[in-house]
Design a binder for this molecule. Structure first.
Ligand code: COA
Length: 152
């Protein structure tokens, strides 16, 4: 199954909120943030729909940093029922191609060190481990910081 990956639009907002909630629960981004992200970085909020399907089953969100040439991936989620079918990889490839084309040269993200599925996905796309912060989001909330430098 090859998903259709495209820019999210305001019509996707309710489905994106449901997806965020299904994946991240109480730690979801609220809808008002997602809506404003679409306004700020319209090319960098991508959804994946199953071929022929209307509702997004996966999405990724990136933002530009104030540091020249740097972007951050802020969210990556595939609905639990749709995992392991290449949706995450398709979203990541398209997002990185878009970020490369926008002239960004360093893409960073954070991920829980025990999240081996996500770490592997990022490593396959060229991310390397840059640092580990044992209390990134507070006590006992460690994150790996990963970076992908644009291939020359
Ligand atoms: C990380 C995540 C976005 C990947 O999405 P995905 O659509 O499953 O990604 P892909 O299908 O492209 O690849 C997932 C990997 O998991 C494997 N996998 C297979 N079946 C799976 C299943 N039922 N569930 C999860 N992963 C599975 C895939 O084979 C693949 O690994 P491999 O290429 O080494 O074999 C998804 O697991 C997710 O939403 N996780 C929870 C949120 C999260 O951790 N986000 C990242 C925070 S930094």
């Amino acid at each position: 199954m090859k998903p259709v990956v495209e820019r999210a639009g305001p019509a996707d907002l309710a489905a994106l909120c449901e997806l965020e909630h299904a994946v991240f629960g109480a730690e979801s981004y609220p809808g008002f943030f997602l809506r404003q992200a679409m306004a700020l970085w319209p090319d960098w909020v991508l959804v994946a729909r199953p071929a022929g399907g209307a509702e997004p089953v996966g999405y990724m969100l990136a933002a530009k940093s104030a540091r020249e040439g740097e972007g951050w991936i802020l969210s990556a989620a595939t609905h639990p029922a749709w995992r392991g079918r290449g949706i995450g990889q398709a979203l990541l490839q398209q997002l990185l191609a878009t970020l490369d084309a926008a002239g960004l040269t360093e893409i960073r993200l954070t991920v829980h060190p025990a999240n081996t599925v996500a770490v592997r996905l990022y490593e396959r796309a060229g991310f390397v481990r840059e640092a580990r912060d044992g209390a990134y989001f507070g006590p006992d909330q460690p994150r790996l910081i990963m970076v992908r430098r644009k291939p020359v």
